[in-house]
Design a protein around this ligand. Structure first.
Ligand code: ZN
Length: 79
């Protein structure tokens, strides 16, 4: 079976290919790559993609409350 390359997460950039990214716990359905400052309200609550990226650079999670939920990225998920 040939594995297709997965899309990169708009927050952390890792190619996890999931609806909710396990590396940063961002739900992709709430964000588009273009409107980075917009707060969509759900499913990521009050966090815009811009906030999520900043949080990821600090906490390695899209929100501080997800620090204990995220898992380390794997080498095959590198952007
Ligand atoms: Zn992510």
């Amino acid at each position: 079976m040939i594995q297709q390359p997965l899309n990169g997460c708009p927050c952390c950039g890792y190619r996890t290919g999931c609806t909710t990214c396990p590396v940063c716990v961002l739900n992709r359905c709430g964000h588009r790559d273009t409107d980075t400052g917009a707060v969509t309200g759900r499913p990521n609550g009050e966090v815009s993609l811009r906030d999520a990226r900043r949080n990821f650079s600090i906490y390695r999670a899209s929100h501080r409350r997800y620090r204990d939920v995220v898992r380390p990225s794997r080498s095959d998920e590198l952007p």
